[in-house]
Design a protein around this ligand. Structure first.
Ligand SMILES: Nc1ncnc2c1ncn2[C@@H]1O[C@H](COP(=O)(O)OP(=O)(O)O)[C@@H](O)[C@H]1O
Ligand SMILES: Cc1ncc(COP(=O)(O)O)c(N)n1
Length: 279
């Protein structure tokens, strides 16, 4: 049976992040990708030149068109831009049967452009996070949502616990932005008491455009195929590690990751992540 994944996110004209990264990742992991666009960005590896949100009625119409026709295995959100769009997504999804739902709380692009209005943060916390099977903030996003600075693993632990209390089924706090360690360490905690750290070596590269989108999309693809949450996040960590390691030096700024790397390495090149530490 064909597994169907859905992304609700913004378009990145540069192709490395957003809807484009999500659909490429869905395809690479053997799922059929569908998409509901929330915004169009004029963007390349150097930055975001312009943002145009999609009319809320069209966001709703896209979701209805998809959900009326397909059985969705899992969905993710990326750039959501406004409180109005977030509320529309929450209202629309709650009219349909549920499926595993991953929220990547995208706020700011690597170049510094805002992809989520300040006023939308409350809507994200109150309307969407409680619907999520998994929330995947990076450190700056977790700092905003948990309202605390994060500069160490113990801060990550406290923040992840606070985020769990907002109602998500699990939290994967990504450590790519940590400056106090040579590792890329991500902390997973779940409402039913599971906790582990996924640790890989930090790759020296500037080509990290779209890492967060790609990682969350890989988790979503695995969930859509029926993988349990912990297996989905571990497979996705291997996927993103390979994608960063074989990153594409195209454009003049932060190049995209290589979505094909994991498949080209034979799908299960798990030795590439140096250590997966389960505690
Ligand atoms: N330089 C790097 N080397 C290896 N893994 C990285 C690197 N940067 C980020 N990662 C990993 O990529 C994923 C996305 O991380 P992160 O950069 O924290 O999120 P975002 O892209 O949302 O800012 C995480 O698994 C993180 O550990
Ligand atoms: C449309 C869109 N969605 C998400 C991101 C975040 O990706 P990154 O943080 O890797 O720049 C982005 N730059 N553009």
């Amino acid at each position: 049976m064909t597994s169907i994944a859905l992304t609700i996110a913004g378009s990145d004209s540069g192709g490395g992040a957003g809807i484009q990264a999500d659909l490429k990742t869905f395809q690479e992991l053997g799922t059929f990708g569908t998409s509901a666009l929330t915004a169009v960005t004029a963007q390349n590896t150097l930055g975001v030149h312009a943002v145009q949100p999609i009319d809320t009625s069209i966001v709703i119409a896209q979701l209805e068109a998809i959900l009326d026709d397909f059985t969705i295995g899992a969905a993710k959100t990326g750039m959501l831009f406004s409180a109005e769009i977030i509320e529309a997504i929450s209202d629309t999804l709650s009219r349909y049967p549920t499926f595993p739902f991953v929220i990547d709380p995208v706020m700011i692009a690597k170049g510094g452009a805002s992809l989520l209005q300040q006023a939308a943060i409350v809507a994200l916390k109150e309307r969407l996070i409680p619907m999520a099977a998994l929330l995947t903030p990076n450190i700056p996003e977790a700092e905003v949502l948990a309202e605390m600075p994060i500069t160490s693993l113990s801060h990550m632990e406290i923040a992840a616990k606070r985020l769990l209390e907002m109602g998500a089924g699990a939290v994967l706090l990504k450590g790519g932005h940590r400056e106090d360690t040579p590792f890329a360490e991500d902390l997973f905690v779940s409402a039913d008491g599971e906790r582990f750290i996924m640790k890989s070596k930090r790759i020296q590269t500037k080509d990290t455009h779209g890492t967060g989108c790609t990682f969350a999309a890989a988790i979503t693809a695995e969930l859509a195929k029926g993988a349990p949450m912990t297996e989905a996040v571990i497979t996705a960590k291997h996927f993103i590690h390979a994608a960063i390691e074989d990153g594409l030096s195209i454009g003049n700024g932060h190049g995209p990751t290589n979505h094909a790397a994991y498949r080209l390495r034979g799908n299960r090149a798990r030795k590439d992540v140096e250590l997966i530490e389960k505690r």
